[in-house]
Design a protein. Structure first.
Length: 130
């Protein structure tokens, strides 16, 4: 996790510098606030990853001399085909349509979202379809 932390903290530092420069030279508030938010979006997970990287043992990905065999582990079962991601996407689509065309689209949208969440959870607990 050291590599991920280093990348995110470096990116956050870059956005912080750009936010300061934009704030003082751009004389425009919205762009400076958005770049500052991008800095926070990098610093928050980057600092979390850095905190965890100091408390956990090194992974094979963190060792520059590691081999592929050291990084190989147990491959778990992958989920099969499922209709629930499509159902969730259609529900989210209807929710967005409610913002554009009218609140009445929210009823089928939230119904599809709830159905997809319950169906996906139930399918995940019993191990999928076989």
């Amino acid at each position: 996790m050291k590599v991920e932390a280093r990348i995110l903290l470096s990116l956050g530092s870059f956005f912080g510098l750009m936010a300061a420069l934009y704030w003082f030279w751009g004389h425009e508030n919205a762009g400076g606030v958005m770049i500052f938010a991008a800095m926070l979006l990098c610093f928050v997970p980057g600092s979390y990853y850095y905190w965890w990287s100091r408390r956990m043992r090194a992974r094979p990905e963190d060792d520059p001399n590691a081999t592929q065999a050291q990084g190989a582990g147990v491959v778990g079962a992958f989920p099969g085909t499922s209709i629930w991601p499509f159902t969730l996407g259609m529900g989210a689509f209807f929710v967005v349509l409610a913002l554009v065309f009218g609140i009445w689209f929210l009823v089928p949208g939230l119904g599809l979202v709830a159905w997809a969440l319950f169906g996906g959870t139930a399918e995940g607990r019993r191990g999928g379809t076989r």
